[in-house]
Design a protein around this ligand. Sequence first.
Ligand SMILES: Cc1ncc(COP(=O)(O)O)c(C=O)c1O
Length: 380
Amino acid sequence: MKIKSELRIKNYIPVSEPLITQRDKRELMKAIKSGWISSSGKYIENFEKNFSKYLGVKYSTTVSNGTAALEVALKSLDIKKGDEVIIPNFTIISNALAVIKVGATPKFIDCKINDWNMNYNEIEKKITKKTKVIIATHIYNFPCEIEKIQKLCKRKKLYLIEDAAEVLGLDFKKKKCGSFGDLSTFSFYSNKQVTTGEGGMISTNNKRLYEKCKNLKNLCFGKIDRFNHDDIGWNYRYTNLQAAIGFSQLKRINSIVKKKIEIGKRYYKNLKENKKILINPPINLNGHKNIYWVVGIVIKDKKIKAKKISMILKEYNIETRPFFFPMNKQKVFKKLKMNFDKEKLKNSYYISQHGLYLPSYLKLKKNQIDQICRVVNHVI
Ligand SMILES: Cc1ncc(COP(=O)(O)O)c(C=O)c1O
C-alpha cells in the first residue's frame, strides 16, 4: 500500500510509555535515602496495606512480577502433577506457564468474539475429577464473567485464581476486579495502570494462603532455623524502591483509570463508524465499563492479517502490538509434544490473527489519538 504522506505522523508514537511523575520520583528518592533498598521497608508494608484496602480484601503480598504471582498462587494451593487447571486460551503465556511449572495440565477455554474474554458456557464441560483450579483472567477491556465463575468454583469445590493484571481499577458490579479470587494476581509492568517497572501482587482474604505465598516468594526460610528451609520456594521478592513508586501511583489510581477510559472513548468515537473493524464500546451489554487497558481493534475481513496492518501503521510512525497468540497453538508446547492443539478453539485463533492494539498510554494527547484514527480509517 502506498503511504499517504500528508497522514504520516511526524514524531513516532510508541504503543506504550510509562508516566512517572515528580511525586513518584520524590517517593523513590525517600526510599533510596532511607537505606531500605531491598525487600523490606515501610514502602512495601504501606503499598501492600493500601492495595488491600483499595481492593477491599484482607491481605496482599508483593512479588517480583505478575508471572511470579501466578506461579506462587498455584503452588500455594498445592497444585501438582495429575491436576488440571482451567485457563483461557486467549491470554498471556504466564497463565499456562504457571500451570505447567507446577507439573499440572492446562485445559483451555476459547474466548468470545465480542469481548475476548473466556466463554463461561464452555467452562463446565471441561471440568473433570482432576480439575482443581480455574484461572479467570480479565482480558484487555471488560471483566470476564467473574461472578458466575466464582459461583461455579464454589459449586464444584474448585479454587479460583483471578488474574487481574490488566484491569486494576475496574469494577464488577461495584466490587473491584481482583477481589473475587481465592487468590488474585496483578502485574506492575510498564504498560500497566500502576507501574513500578516490574512487579506484581497477590491478594487474598485467606490468611493461611497469604502466609504461604509470603513464604514461597521468599525461599521458604525455616521457621526454627532460618537457613534450614521448609519447602522449595523462589526468590520472587519485590523491592522497597519499586514499592515507593507503586505507593505513590496507587494514590492517584482513580485519575489514572479515568484517563485510560477517556483515551479509549476518544478512539471509540473516532473509529466506531469504521465497519471494517471491531472496537469495543465504553460499556458492554451487561453494563460493565470498559477500562481500555489497551485499545484493541479486530479486522473483520479474514483475508487481512493484523501483521500486515501493523507494518503499514509503522510506516505512518504508529507502533502497535499484535493480540496474544492462542495457548493451544504455542510453538513451545508443540515442541514439548504436549499435544494441546487437538480442539478447534477458533475464536482465539481468529482474533490472534486479525487483532492488534493501538497506542493508549497516559501521556498520549487527544490530537495524537485523532491523528492515529485518521490513519487507521484510511488504512483499514
Ligand atoms: C493477564 C496477564 N497476566 C499476567 C501477566 C504477567 O505479568 P508480568 O509481565 O508482570 O510477569 C500479564 C502481563 O502483561 C498479563 O497481561
